[in-house]
Write a protein of this length. Structure first.
Length: 729
């Protein structure tokens, strides 16, 4: 009874694979860079100057967009798009499911007189009412108002999405309910950006540089991913349905040789990357690096940093085009945080900094003492914010996928700590210990604290610790614990908000000291000195992946929650609520609705994983193993019939061993199904999520352990699932 084995047909298929050739539109990237973007350059060219100026005021200062301006922009956008073969337009938004959403409308509309014409009014540009009842709202739209709408975000330029010959004009928008509650990632992100802009500008303008009119947060997202052949992907139902392999024995060769890192990139992958770059560049996404990551078949791409909102739109877009370009090259992009056990997971490193209207990076050490005081002000306030809200930052990156990567069996842990490098550690220590500065006596504060000169060598010295979840890397902080499939907005909203909140508190404290007669510089230093002491526990320079660190972090009282449902609780703590509500990032109702959505999302993910585990075990593993076992048994019977000693044979031992593992697999799968049934009866979303977490913890590993043992025992040619060595090498 030999069934078709997808594993072997897939393996045959990849032998025949040839690299798919790529064609760049031109040798010079600048010839096509941004050709599909309705960017400032294009707008300046085709809009009248007063329309252009009012739009820029709306973008830079948040001024209201008048109807006639919206109409003019819409009309120009439409003509620009139509000449490029665009037939449809869509409001493009980021609902809380993590992906992006679109609803396509045609420009083409019959008018009253029965004539047909291409239409696109300002009102259609500015606002749309998507039929969005299928997007999660955590009950918000039920409680408040049944409908939601999308509203134009003019700070992120419209772009043309190509899909084969179909071209669609995409307009980045926020998605809100009729009563104004955010139903997406972008709306709160924009609020957090405004908050950090104001708070940082206040600090800069009051103490360091009167000329600073705004401060923008910048972000560069390094995106890690795995690439595997599409045929092999199709041969693994677990990859297809949940993005990760629920079974699979570790291959004889793993990543121990680290020969993949920066190794030569195979031609098929290389062509994929070139194609990806071309498509990204057409959309104005400034991708610039490519190299292999540590794990086999793992890669990374990183665009040049941009303003946070744009960087996140671009990252969301990039994930989309990766998938499409992958299809063309018969490759499947895996964005899951942990597709393979025992192999490094994937993250999305969020490089974050603050840049003033004068172009000064507030997290870059300066060329003089005054600038360095500004640098340590922002540097220390960020560390303090991360310390105060480390649990919330942890919550901001919580997801079912990231749970497999953070705090699971393998490193990294789910602890947020900050790495600053030895030089800056010393600087912070000096600041903490050098309490006796007397400016009246002519003490040089800058010299005494070691901030008169911070050597530029810092840049080379700081990026050595790759095990830190939140590392200072020369002129930016790099938040590395963000999951590879996540929308970075969740983490960035929290980071912007906590730093802004911290800067507001800092300014109040410094102002008070100044009012009490303290010199400005000393007031700043004194407050910072206290912050260094107070936030010391978050700093960790050692190996973040070690067991010792887990124990040490516990002593320090740092949050180390290894699962999503419990990590998310931090969003609803009094402290977090106050932060969000007082600063207009989220209302209480919005926060509660979000949590409902996140719990539900988590439940669905774990439920799918659990089901696929059960299905694979019952429909693939057990039947294939039994077939093999029966072969062994009939051979043993033959031996017995011949009067041979069948009991002292490998075959006999194997049959017994197989039985042992099969029994556990079968029993555990059935217990797991029963537990799911029980869990599904729980009404409360959080409680149900916690129960699903328990199911994951009680069954996944054990079932996997026995299935992976069977993979080792069963004849290779009879095993139904593509093996790790085939998927990864
Ligand atoms: P690594 O892999 O060593 O972490 P990369 O050079 O690959 O470093 O990536 C660094 C990322 O950080 C890039 O996306 C880059 O644009 C971004 N970046 C550099 N400077 C800043 C900054 N000041 N603010 C935000 N992001 C930055
Ligand atoms: Mg990095």
């Amino acid at each position: 009874m030999q069934s078709t084995n997808f594993r072997f047909s897939a393996l045959e298929k990849i032998l025949e694979r040839k690299p798919v050739p790529v064609q760049c539109p031109s040798e010079k990237i600048s010839d096509y860079y941004g050709q599909n973007v309705f960017d400032r350059e294009t707008m300046r060219r085709i809009l009248s100057s007063d329309i252009y100026d009012s739009l820029m005021l709306a973008i830079e200062k948040g001024n209201k967009i008048e109807t006639h301006v919206a109409d003019a922009v819409a009309s120009a956008m439409k003509s620009w798009a139509i000449t490029r073969g665009v037939t449809h337009y869509t409001h493009w938004f980021q609902p809380l499911t993590g992906a992006t959403a679109e609803k396509h409308d045609s420009f083409f509309e019959p008018d009253n007189a029965g004539r047909h014409m291409e239409k696109f009014k300002g009102s259609a540009l500015v606002q749309q009412e998507p039929d969005a009842s299928s997007f999660p709202s955590g009950g918000l739209r039920n409680t408040f108002e049944a409908r939601g709408y999308t509203a134009w975000d003019p700070t992120s330029p419209a772009f043309i999405m190509e899909n084969g010959s179909a071209k669609t004009l995409c307009i980045p928008t926020v998605f809100v309910s009729y009563t104004g509650e955010a139903l997406d990632y972008k709306a709160p992100l924009l609020k957090s950006l405004a908050f950090v802009d104001k708070a940082a500008t206040d600090v800069c303008a009051s103490y360091f540089d009167e000329g600073v009119t705004h401060v923008k947060a910048s972000l560069g997202v390094e995106q890690e991913y795995f690439l595997i052949d599409r045929a092999l992907f199709r041969a693994r139902p677990d990859l297809v349905l949940c993005g990760r392999t629920v079974f699979g024995h570790a291959p004889a060769k793993g990543q121990q040789l680290e020969d993949h890192y920066f190794g030569s990139i195979p031609t098929r992958v290389h062509n994929f990357m070139i194609d990806l770059e071309v498509e990204a560049h057409k959309l104005g996404i400034p991708i610039r690096t490519r190299h292999n990551e540590v794990a086999p078949r793992q890669f990374e791409c990183a665009p040049m940093f941009e303003e946070v909102n744009l960087a996140i739109d671009h990252n969301q877009l990039l994930m989309d085009i990766m998938e499409k370009v992958g299809e063309k090259h018969n490759l499947k992009v895996l964005l899951h945080e942990k597709p393979f056990a025992g192999v490094n997971g994937s993250g999305k490193h969020n490089n974050w900094s603050l840049i003033t209207s004068n172009g000064k990076n507030l997290l870059a050490p300066g060329s003089n003492a005054q600038e360095n005081l500004q640098f340590i002000t922002f540097f220390i306030n960020t560390i303090k914010a991360v310390y105060e809200y480390n649990g919330l930052l942890r919550a901001s990156i919580a997801s079912a996928g990231n749970d497999h990567r953070l705090g699971a069996n393998e490193a990294p842990p789910a602890i947020v700590s900050v790495f600053v490098g030895s030089q800056l550690s010393k600087l912070l220590d000096d600041l903490e210990n050098n309490a006796t500065i007397d400016l009246e006596k002519g003490d040089n504060m800058y010299m005494k604290l070691g901030i008169n000169k911070i050597p530029p060598i810092l840049l080379d010295n700081t990026d050595r610790n790759r095990t830190s979840p939140f590392a200072f890397t020369g002129n930016k902080f790099e938040f590395r614990a963000v999951g590879s499939s996540a929308n970075s907005a969740s983490a960035m909203t929290v980071l912007n908000a906590i730093v802004a909140n911290q800067l507001v508190a800092f300014k109040q404290e410094v102002d008070k000291l100044i009012n009490d007669g303290e010199k400005k510089e000393m007031a700043i230093v004194n407050v910072l000195r206290r912050y260094v002491k107070e936030s010391k526990k978050i700093r960790f320079e050692g190996n973040g992946y070690s067991e010792e660190w887990k124990a040490e972090a516990e002593k320090r009282g740092l949050s180390n929650i290894t699962n999503t449902p419990e990590a998310l609780d931090e969003y609803l703590s009094e402290k977090s609520m106050k932060l969000f509500v007082d600063n207009d990032i989220f209302t209480e109702a919005e926060l509660e609705a979000r949590l409902e959505i996140m719990w539900e999302h988590y439940i669905m993910k774990v439920q799918i994983e659990s089901r696929i585990m059960g299905d694979l075990a019952l429909n693939h593993i057990i039947p294939a193993t039994l077939r093999y076992q029966n072969e062994l048994i009939s051979a043993l019977k033959d031996m017995k019939d011949l009067g041979l000693d069948y009991e002292n044979t490998v075959g006999f031992e194997t049959v017994k061993e197989i039985t042992r593992h099969l029994n556990v697999v079968k029993t555990k799968v059935h217990e797991m199904i029963e537990s799911r049934k029980k869990a599904n009866k729980i009404e409360d979303n959080r409680e149900r999520a916690v129960e699903y977490k328990n199911i994951r913890e009680s069954f996944f590993e054990e079932i996997r352990y026995h299935v992976d043992k069977l993979e080792f025992l069963v004849d290779d040619t009879a095993w139904p699932l593509a093996k790790y060595r085939e998927l990864l090498f």
